[in-house]
Design a protein around this ligand. Structure first.
Ligand code: C5J
Length: 236
């Protein structure tokens, strides 16, 4: 990480090949680590999913988040959700399938996937600092109908360390959007999770296949290593 004593370039072990990142042009992008996806009674569970499948991503993300905070890296959190009047929720999304509760219905953590409700908030273990950026997004991709692109441009960001849930839905959609916009996306395999382990595996394979058609895949230990020995030693 850049400081008065060290270089700003870190080489991250990744697939399909290692990647050198200028940390000053790199942001940590944490996708949708919300109670609605992670905890019983939220949107994920209403769709019939086993939410315990996602817990494995929390510790790896926490370790990289802690390192990012230590080094002053830009941190961006996203939250999927809708306005209370559902004006930003397409009927095609709300009406889809046969969930036990639909978007906007009252549930044990407040209205399902609605901004401002307890379920919409980020889990305590990864709670954003006041200084960090939180992007509220109505879709799966973090660029669609949000200010994310403008913010990344303002901070001179070229590289994204991407993690969060779920691998094949919001993480993959965001990586594809980012790739088309010219960002180098480096995805943390152990910092992502899916309700379907096989979709997690395939979601990562799709990113790194064909010479890294959408980006690179790494893991939390490799990022900590690349950030420097002091950061790796302070790993929680
Ligand atoms: C889903 C997400 N799975 N954050 N959202 O609906 O991946």
């Amino acid at each position: 990480m850049t400081n008065s004593k060290g270089p700003s370039i870190g080489k991250v072990a990744a697939e399909p090949e290692p990647i050198a990142l200028d940390w000053t042009a790199t942001a940590l992008l944490i996708i949708d680590m919300q109670r609605d996806f992670m905890e019983p009674g939220g949107f994920g569970e209403t769709l019939g999913n086993d939410v315990s499948q996602l817990a494995r991503a929390v510790k790896p993300i926490a370790s990289v988040l802690s390192a990012a905070r230590e080094t002053g890296m830009l941190v961006v959190h996203t939250r999927e959700g809708h306005l209370p009047d559902l004006s930003d929720a397409p009927p095609a999304k709300v009406e889809r399938g046969a969930p036990s509760l639909r978007i906007g219905d009252p549930g044990p953590m407040g209205r399902i996937l609605i901004r401002g409700e307890a379920g919409h908030d980020i889990i305590p273990e990864l709670y954003p600092l006041d200084s960090e950026i939180v992007i509220d997004k109505p879709g799966k991709g973090a660029f669609y109908a949000t200010e994310l692109g403008d913010i990344l441009e303002k901070y001179g960001i070229e590289n994204l360390l991407v993690c969060g849930v779920t691998t094949e839905v919001c993480v993959n959609t965001t990586v594809r959007e980012a790739n088309d916009r010219g960002y180098r996306c480096v995805v943390l395999a152990d910092g992502c999770a899916s309700y379907f382990p096989e979709f997690h595996e395939m979601g990562l394979k799709m990113i790194k296949a064909q010479g890294g058609i959408f980006g690179w895949v790494t893991n939390s230990a490799a990022v900590l290593e690349a950030l420097g020995p002091e950061v790796a030693a302070n790993r929680p």
